[in-house]
Design a protein around this ligand. Sequence first.
Ligand SMILES: [Zn+2]
Length: 132
Amino acid sequence: MSESIKTSRGTLSITTGSEGPKHDPYGFIEYHAKGKGGKEVTLHQGLGDYLKVGQVRLEVPKGKSLTEVFKEETGLDPHEIERWHAKRPLRCKCKGGKPQLEWTPGYPGEHFLMCRKCGDILDSTFNKSEIE
Ligand SMILES: [Zn+2]
């Protein structure tokens, strides 16, 4: 699932999904923002954590975290993207009527914000600390 938000800082997006073997899937989250060079910078956190600029994986200098390098490349903290993401308006198929939103657990550590009336999934979060 991928969602983009248009902000004053350009288009930011978050992708969530699962990776790893089918019998033992692992949730991941990716933060995307435009980097200094105009290419999309991706911070992937899941089974393995990495940074990508365009399609190329970036070597992270020793002593620096992926988050720090992401910040250098894009001027944004992944948490800022999360905050923007959390503030975006949520819409499901229940036009007119009030959606009945409910958080339901998915894969370990993963939670979906689902509408009980139409079944639309409007949001998902991944909490790594729940499985570590
Ligand atoms: Zn609905």
